[in-house]
Design a binder for this molecule. Structure first.
Ligand SMILES: [Zn+2]
Ligand SMILES: [Zn+2]
Length: 257
């Protein structure tokens, strides 16, 4: 399986990096995890056609992870897509996704292809076919709800993902709330980790990477203001780990198995 980083930026819009999205590509199947603001243009840069995308998984609904969804579905319609699209979202967000698309004037009756919004449950694996599945687990990223009381906790669900391919596991942290969230898949052994860098400091990342048994760590969700600091940190710690550690960038490709 190949992973292409489509967007490796943080929540702040940047000229250097797109907002969050990665593509999992295996045996001709293309699956996006997250589709942040501007993802359609980012996919053009990465040379991935909207027609080839089989499914989109959404970790949470901060705009840098999900706001590109209506524009991406619009591109599919404009390019006369015919194959079915699945959008996987937490079960309590299904109605919101449907409304989001309808408010963008995207209706099943005028799309030209089947679009299924598939609910996922916390800690229940999602099959993507071709021997690949994704396990979502709730993290604490927006659990404090900004003090809002009129919305239910379900509205604030945010997931990290364990991507399972045959006998190999890949940890994708999405956005976390604190360092404890990094450990939510510690009951699995993972060769590869893709970790965000906005909501965790380098000391905590250091301790986590040190305690894990990763062979490769890729850092993402990188703000322009923290990139140089992260590069210096990696240069300093690289010699201490057997794992290879590097900053991801838009268009960067890795092979998993
Ligand atoms: Zn984010
Ligand atoms: Zn977020």
């Amino acid at each position: 399986m190949k992973i292409i980083f489509i967007g490796t930026g943080s929540g702040k819009t940047s000229l250097k990096r797109n907002h969050s999205s990665i593509a999992l590509i295996k045996a001709g199947g293309v699956h996006l995890i997250d589709c942040g603001d501007g993802v359609s243009r980012a996919l053009l840069s990465a040379k991935i056609s909207p027609l080839d995308i089989d499914s989109i998984l959404i970790s949470h609904f901060h705009a840098d992870h999900a706001a590109g969804l209506p524009s991406l579905v619009t591109q599919m319609k404009l390019q006369h897509r015919t194959k079915k699209l699945k959008i996987f979202t937490y079960k309590h967000h299904v109605e919101f996704v449907a409304l989001m698309l309808e408010c963008a004037l995207l209706f099943q009756s005028n799309l030209g292809f089947d679009l299924e919004i598939v609910p996922f449950e916390n800690n229940c694996a999602i099959s993507l076919g071709n021997g690949m599945s994704v396990l979502p687990r709730k993290n604490s990223h927006i659990s404090e709800k900004y003090g809002e009381t009129k919305f239910s906790n379900n509205q604030f669900y945010s997931a990290s993902f364990l991507i399972q391919i045959e006998n190999s596991n890949l940890y994708y942290s999405a956005d976390i709330g604190n360092v404890e969230d990094l450990k939510i898949f510690c009951d699995f052994s993972c060769d590869t980790a893709i970790l965000e860098t906005t909501h965790v400091n380098t000391d905590d990342l250091n301790k986590f990477i040190e305690s894990g048994k990763f062979k490769r760590v890729f850092l993402t969700h990188i703000g322009d203001e923290t990139e140089i600091e992260l590069q210096k940190w990696i240069a300093k710690i690289r010699a201490e780990y057997s794992a290879s550690i590097q900053l991801a960038y838009d268009g960067f490709e890795i092979e998993i198995i």
